[in-house]
Design a protein around this ligand. Sequence first.
Ligand SMILES: NC(=O)c1ccc[n+]([C@@H]2O[C@H](COP(=O)([O-])OP(=O)(O)OC[C@H]3O[C@@H](n4cnc5c(N)ncnc54)[C@H](OP(=O)(O)O)[C@@H]3O)[C@@H](O)[C@H]2O)c1
Length: 432
Amino acid sequence: MSNKIKVGMLGIGNVGRGTYQALEMNHDKIAETTGLDIEIVKILNRRPQIDRGIDIPKDKYTADVDEILCDPEIDIVVELIGGIEPATEYMARALSNGKSVITANKAAIAANGKKLAALAQENHVLLRFEAAVAGGIPILTSLTTALLSNRFTGVHGILNGTTNYILTQMSEYGKSYEEALKDAQIKGFAEADPTADVEGFDAANKLSILISLIFGVDASPEVIPTHGITSVGINDIEFASDYGFRIKLLASAREKDGKVYGNVEPVLLPLSHPLASVSNEFNAVFVSGNAVDDLMFYGRGAGPLPTGSAVLGDIIGVARKIEKDSAYDIVPQLRYDSGLEFAGEGANKYYIRMMVPERTGILGKISTIFGEHGISVETVRQNSPYECSGETVADLIFIVFKVEKSELLSALEEVREAGVIKSIDSIMRVEE
Ligand SMILES: NC(=O)c1ccc[n+]([C@@H]2O[C@H](COP(=O)([O-])OP(=O)(O)OC[C@H]3O[C@@H](n4cnc5c(N)ncnc54)[C@H](OP(=O)(O)O)[C@@H]3O)[C@@H](O)[C@H]2O)c1
């Protein structure tokens, strides 16, 4: 005889539909393997007149959130409306009312996870958010269960399917950024307003959550240096390919000497790195632990059913705790107590592309300025000259050895002020 677990769901958009559908598809299998009879009994639907493209009994819908948050029969509230508010307020109210909360909302967890986790603990209930990082990939559960014995030294993630799709189309089919973005929008991989994805903000929210789980450090998205992909040009992609690299938007963090360094930016990855072959809309997370060594998780980071699978996994996990009445002994996933400090980007190897006039002496001047800043050049290359605004110019490309980003930027400012170049068009980290 299965134990009934009643779930209230807020929102019936892409992930709401995917979660409902995944439960419909696999309800009997879940009951068979876990003994749990999970039912989504109420759904917040603010526009019940709209066809949601899924067959759901009308009496499950309510436009009044209190019918879910205050229903004593409901054990678990699943928040799938997105955005920071009112999602945070609804989750806080559900937790205060003694209900466990599951969400796919990285923006709300990155902004208010600390407050919500404390509220969950106070009320002896659970807060879970597997779907918030890398969609269908069970990275958070793995880090906090099977991999808990490890001390992690680093994490690198391709955490945004939209930008990975655009960069793949640029590298593999020679499309411009604009063409690749349009294509992503037509195929449903990019939103009409792609800002949060292409500027790296979405990946920064996810990295903030990973840093808390992996390193026990509070690094809010605002303090994580974040650069998107809008300035990546075809010239960069070609150079990367000629020199055995692929450009990926990476969300990375690593620990060294008591400090955690991290950022989100387009990076030149050697083709031999496992993340270099992660193409199109797929996501992947590469973690290094001191016992398990290197490990890569790969899969769909978005989409109704893959994300619904992660939400449903959390529902089953929480339902099992409720069934055993053991929610109170669960350690929160988010941690901020390791004593490590978040210290920004740290020293890295960099790629720099600048446009210069066709003139002698420029390379010497730039090398002198780099030398004065302690910057050593590993590779320099000048591409064939071309015409730009009636002038003959060329792309000058450097790879420089490890340097603090602030030092590099101050050297480049001096190069700019010396008036010997037209523009600095690209600065990217080179992953070793
Ligand atoms: N899409 C993915 O593949 C994916 C993957 C991982 C995580 N996520 C996260 O999952 C969450 C949901 O994403 P989604 O793609 O499913 O979004 P979506 O398709 O826009 O669905 C959001 C749903 O919430 C409803 N809603 C929004 N604000 C509301 C409010 N104030 N009151 C009541 N209902 C409200 C919307 O109603 P209307 O339809 O009436 O506007 C819609 O039904 C987000 O946090 C997102 O970051 C999404």
